[in-house]
Ligand binder design. Structure first.
Ligand SMILES: CC(C)(COP(=O)(O)OP(=O)(O)OC[C@H]1O[C@@H](n2cnc3c(N)ncnc32)[C@H](O)[C@@H]1OP(=O)(O)O)[C@@H](O)C(=O)NCCC(=O)NCCS
Length: 179
């Protein structure tokens, strides 16, 4: 599910104007638990998990796999970006393609951090796997996520119904030099 193929991982930390994208560390564990336990973060993602369960089950260094970036603001984690190959995707158009996901702590919403971090992750992706498209699935009711997808250059492939809600599948075609 998470295979990005022959990509060197982890890359050197990626710096943007305000943020750093880096591999997860043990010091991020509390922020990961906060992210996974937050009902607000999971409002359109099928529900959060109980904090006590997370405290027991989240490993010492959470989510360390190729394509999993911690977004760091001033030394503290504010979110996670996920780039995974969607082998088990429900939609034929997305099968085998790399899928972008993003989860930010509510206190970090509304500052453009998600857009800044996702753009940097996609730039990195274009560098390591040139020419590969990226897909993104989100509920249409998730207005912030829909706006972010549009800002990042994703365009609609299809809408469909799943998990009792309307879902949106978008795709971003790689930028080529002639564009
Ligand atoms: C989806 C999610 C990442 C969006 O976060 P966000 O902070 O709203 O996204 P952005 O980074 O695009 O920032 C949004 C706002 O910051 C504002 N902003 C403030 N300061 C800014 C700055 N310096 N630069 C850019 N934008 C700025 C912008 O006006 C923008 O608002 P707009 O979209 O209305 O124009 C967040 O809501 C989230 O984590 N949700 C839970 C997880 C989830 O549902 N994920 C989707 C499924 S993969």
């Amino acid at each position: 599910m998470t295979d990005l193929g022959p990509v060197a991982w982890p890359p050197a930390p990626i710096r943007t104007e305000r943020l750093v994208l880096r591999e997860p560390e043990a010091r991020d564990r509390a922020a990961f638990i906060e992210l996974l336990a937050s009902p607000e973060v999971h409002a359109y993602l099928g529900g959060s998990r109980p904090r006590d369960e997370l405290e027991r089950e989240v490993p010492e260094v959470p989510e360390r796999w190729p394509g999993s970036f911690v977004v760091d603001l001033g030394g503290a984690m504010i979110g996670q970006i996920l780039l995974r190959r969607a082998t088990g995707h429900r939609r034929p158009a997305a099968v085998g393609k790399v899928d972008l996901g993003y989860l930010f702590l509510p206190r970090a919403w509304g500052f453009g951090y998600a857009a800044e971090a996702c753009a940097a992750a996609l730039d990195w992706f274009d560098g390591v796997l040139p020419g590969e498209p990226v897909v993104l699935a989100t509920q249409t009711a998730n207005v912030g996520s829909m706006r972010l997808a549009a800002k990042l250059g994703f365009t609609e492939l299809e809408r469909f119904r799943a998990w009792d809600a309307e879902q949106w599948l978008g795709m971003r075609s790689p930028v080529t030099l002639s564009d």
